[in-house]
Design a binder for this molecule. Structure first.
Ligand code: ZN
Length: 295
């Protein structure tokens, strides 16, 4: 967006609003008429939109922005994420960004990207952390657990849903302060050496746990997905807005080896969006949204 003048930006904003208000999701037949605007297969037509009832043919700024953001993604992202229905994608993106507004508006956005290169400071602590106490919804394995209010509420809903299926979830780790994460990382460096520690433990300022939206369940080891809790989480977590952050065979993307016990709350809408468009890889979706917001 930097290359545009202010006037251009304003004009794009007006056109964008008009497009969303007037035709947020064209019918399939209209999509076909949009000139094979598949993103990720080099079949775009620079965002020129035409349909049979149309009077004007003009660049669609959202399609152009989509192409620009997509172009910035990694080569593996591009090999796995193909946006074959860009108008449908944009409508879903709008839904998911709207959904984000319902969560902790006074804190970092729910989809905030944090990883080895996107960090928060030592002084960042979520607002209004909720201490997790003994309750009927799930088991707490420690008395020092806490989460952001939206994640805490969602964890209760998740726990109650699991119990309806006869499964009791147990919560082992939640919010971690910068200082705590620093000690934890240093501990794993001492135990496993730096290289191994980097694969499984986050450096301070880079952990989803510092955001107060991530939970480690059960045993915090590779056997968790074979337990009743792990199996249930794999099958149902997304229905309640919880997403596996570090899936198998994505270490080059997430920076971490498979962690079957670590889930992040991102909301039901984002879980659907992730599954539908991003090969169910949370990191892909959060990187895309981050770039979209910055562009
Ligand atoms: Zn974790």
């Amino acid at each position: 967006m930097k290359k545009f003048s202010k006037i251009t930006v304003a004009a794009i904003a007006i056109i964008t609003l008009f497009n969303f208000a007037a035709c947020s999701k064209p019918k399939a037949s209209e999509n076909k008429g949009a000139g094979n605007q598949t993103v990720g297969t080099n079949q775009t037509d620079n965002g020129k939109k035409s349909d049979s009832s149309n009077h004007t043919t003009q660049p669609n700024p959202d399609i152009e922005k989509l192409n620009a953001v997509y172009a910035k993604m990694s080569s593996r992202f591009k090999s796995e994420v193909k946006i074959e229905e860009p108008y449908e994608f944009l409508a879903d993106l709008k839904t998911v960004l709207e959904a984000e507004k319902q969560y902790a508006g006074d804190d970092l956005p729910l989809y905030f990207l944090i990883d080895k290169t996107h960090t928060v400071g030592a002084d960042y602590e979520p607002k209004n952390l909720v201490a997790l106490v003994k309750n009927d919804d799930y088991v707490i394995n420690k008395t020092t657990l806490s989460l952001r209010p939206d994640a805490a509420k969602a964890l209760s809903v998740l726990g109650r849903a699991a119990q309806k299926d006869g499964v009791m979830l147990d919560v082992s780790s939640t919010y971690r302060s910068y200082e705590y994460q620093k000690n934890l990382f240093d501990y794993w460096v001492r135990v496993d050496g730096l290289e191994e520690a980097e694969r499984e433990s986050a450096r301070p300022g880079t952990s989803q746990h510092q955001l107060g939206v991530a939970v480690d369940f059960g045993s915090i080891d590779d056997n968790y997905d074979k337990t009743p809790g792990g199996k249930w989480m794999y099958a149902h977590a997304a229905e309640y807005g919880w997403s596996l952050s570090f899936p198998k065979e994505y270490e080059d993307i997430t920076g971490y080896r498979w962690e079957c016990w670590h889930f992040r709350f991102i909301g039901v809408e984002a879980c659907r969006f992730q599954k539908k468009w991003f090969n169910d890889v949370q990191q892909y979706m959060l990187e895309f949204i981050d770039e979209w917001k910055k562009s």
